[in-house]
Design a protein around this ligand. Structure first.
Ligand SMILES: Cc1ncc(C[n+]2csc(CCOP(=O)(O)OP(=O)(O)O)c2C)c(N)n1
Ligand code: SF4
Length: 352
């Protein structure tokens, strides 16, 4: 993984969270992406979200596949655990790691190529299993790393840099996730950090699979006239469905609830609260069918809806569904994990 190390900088004047850490402590190596790439803005939002939530970096596992987007975990949380999977296979790794150690905070970063082409089956099953993971899909409509081929999220008629229009229907990760029963579905824009940071924070705190699809323009291969994933298109067609404020448990008591009656508070399983003001009258983020219909309707009108689109605040993750032991398997003594040859032989005999 090409990266340039960034010397950690400490300055007495930098703001610190309750762990005594500055934002710099949540950064990683220097980015080697193209200047202006949307993915770097998403990295900055991830750094901000983990710092504000005061998550100890060494308690985080960051996972990815292959692509420019999948390179980015190198650029945040240098003290976290990390693993770069082969193309499209990050969800299996996340599932296995999560099964072995449920106590870490998991973040997966992927691209639309990694997630919706080669890795689409993996993504679907991680959603079905409700693996406790924030899944950040950095969506630019192209395979950036391999020089700009259309990905499965490119809209019909959107043009490549060479001017060729895409003829195939796109897969929309938001609609896919909603139809598969995902318990947290949001969409953001790399150019809108104010909205993206609270969405990421809520996704980190959600118990279960949290998909945050981020429109993240590729400035080198997909930021021209005719592209529907460009900065310009997204800024002109992006509709804030909800303005989200995420309030962690500790500050809940003192937090103000938005601006009065317009704000709606959704309490997550751990007691933290997502406050969001409805921009569109009557929108209910806990109504899956309404969310699906709304996203479709807006899509047909050429609009990109952003915000917290759906959440099931009572959702429980893979461990609850499978009834696994409370303790992380990694901390169980060997004798408990492996009952020994005699016990195995006895079970085998029972199966015959
Ligand atoms: C098995 C396999 N097939 C194909 C490739 C080539 N490849 C590398 S990255 C990539 C697509 C990356 O696109 P995306 O996930 O959208 O990330 P981006 O670079 O746009 O951020 C492909 C096809 C590969 N590395 N491995
Ligand atoms: S090729 Fe595109 S996606 Fe890759 S780093 Fe450059 S701008 Fe970003």
């Amino acid at each position: 993984m090409p990266s340039i190390s960034k010397p950690p900088i400490s300055h007495p004047g930098l703001p610190r969270n309750s762990l005594g850490l500055t934002r710099r402590d949540y950064e990683g190596a220097m980015s080697t992406l193209c200047a202006g790439c949307g993915h770097d803005s998403v990295t900055a939002a991830i750094v901000q979200a983990f710092w504000e939530l005061e998550v100890p970096p060494h308690r985080v596992a960051k996972l990815s596949g292959i692509g420019c987007s999948s390179k980015t975990p190198t650029y945040f949380l240098r003290d976290a655990h990390g693993f770069n999977a082969v193309h499209g296979r990050m969800p299996s790794l996340a599932t296995g790691a999560n099964a072995a150690n449920r106590e870490l905070v998991y973040i997966g970063v992927s691209g639309d190529g990694d997630s919706l082409s080669i890795g689409v089956g993996q993504l679907c099953h991680a959603i079905r299993r409700n693996v406790n993971l924030l899944y950040v899909l950095e969506n630019n409509g192209v395979y950036g790393l391999t020089k700009g081929q259309f990905s499965a999220s490119a809209d019909v008629g959107s043009r490549s840099k060479r001017g060729v229009p895409n003829a195939q229907k796109p897969i929309d990760p938001v609609l896919l996730a909603l139809s598969l029963g995902a318990t947290f579905v949001a969409r953001g824009f790399s150019g809108d950090k104010d909205q993206l940071v609270p969405l990421l924070k809520a996704g980190i705190r959600h118990r279960g699979f949290a998909l945050v699809d981020v429109i993240s323009p590729c400035v080198t291969f997909n930021d021209h006239e005719g592209s529907t994933k460009s900065y310009r298109y997204t800024r002109e067609h992006h509709v804030d469905l909800t303005q989200v404020d995420f309030v962690p448990i500790r500050s809940e008591i003192t937090a103000s609830i938005g601006n009065g009656s317009a704000a709606r508070a959704v309490t997550m399983h751990d007691g933290s609260v997502v406050h969001f003001r409805k921009v569109h009258e009557g929108y209910d983020p806990t109504d899956r069918d309404a969310a699906y219909a709304y996203v479709r309707r807006m899509q047909e009108a050429g609009e990109v809806v952003t915000g917290l689109l759906y959440v099931d605040p009572a959702a429980d993750d893979m461990h609850a569904e499978l009834g696994t032991v409370e303790e992380a398997l990694t901390s169980l003594p060997y004798e408990e994990l492996c009952p020994g040859a005699e016990a195995l032989e006895q079970w085998q005999a029972e199966l015959v």
